[in-house]
Design a protein. Structure first.
Length: 227
């Protein structure tokens, strides 16, 4: 199917889970020791910039780790939220709910990805989305103000913040293009590619809400493409 543009050139690392948690399957407490996740923090940061243990020590006082059970909310629409968060384990969905009660999923966030209402944090306004754990999950978090303090401690942190923001913008650019330009069939095919590493972890209902159609419409799209 021709859509007039090669989506491959737009795909960035945020929509695809690349990192696996070494703690899958463990029973965890709500607040977890940061040292257990040192390697995750360094690995995540190193996917953008060169970082080592020395840099981690600079950030250690600002970082914390928290566990969320399946169904817990990292944040809810309309509420203030001030933490930049990164998924060490598990899976989240970020979604809007219309006044009529209809849910549309903006994104999924799995291991090695940022999660949360980034734009609302920068604007210092209430979250525009709800972020829900759809698996038992673990996030490493840092307050936005503390991240700004880290920028002053070294160029590596400022560069990390810039590159993460640029990656987020590239992701939102392709997401906006999909929703405003592509038809449902093409959005479905794009979702199969972008979400390939986590497709077996999300429900068909959630997939439909990500594509922007009803579950019934998704069934019709799948049936048509099989013909």
């Amino acid at each position: 199917m021709q859509i007039g543009i090669d989506l491959n050139q737009y795909l960035c690392k945020f929509p695809v889970a690349q990192m696996k948690s070494p703690f899958v399957g463990e029973t965890m407490q709500k607040d977890l020791p940061l040292d257990r996740y040192q390697d995750f923090v360094i690995q995540f940061a190193s996917s953008f910039v060169k970082m080592d243990h020395k840099d981690f020590v600079q950030a250690k006082e600002f970082l914390s780790v928290v566990r969320l059970d399946k169904g817990d909310f990292l944040c809810s629409a309309g509420e203030p939220f001030e933490h930049l968060c990164f998924v060490a384990q598990g899976l989240f969905k970020s979604y809007f709910t219309t006044p009529a009660g209809v849910t549309w999923i903006r994104s999924f966030s799995a291991e090695g990805q940022a999660v949360g209402p980034y734009g609302s944090i920068l604007l210092q306004c209430p979250s525009s989305v709800s972020v829900e754990a759809i698996e038992d999950s673990v996030v490493v978090k840092i307050k936005h103000q503390d991240m700004l303090r880290l920028y002053e401690r070294g160029a590596v942190w400022e560069r990390l913040g810039r590159l993460v923001a640029e990656d987020h913008y590239r992701w939102w650019d392709v997401r906006e293009f999909e929703l405003m330009v592509l038809d449902a069939e093409t959005r479905y095919l794009s979702a199969l590619k972008i979400l390939a590493p986590i497709l077996d972890r999300i429900t068909q209902r959630d997939l439909a809400q990500y594509i922007g159609i009803t579950a019934e419409a998704l069934s019709r799209v799948k049936k048509k493409l099989k013909q």
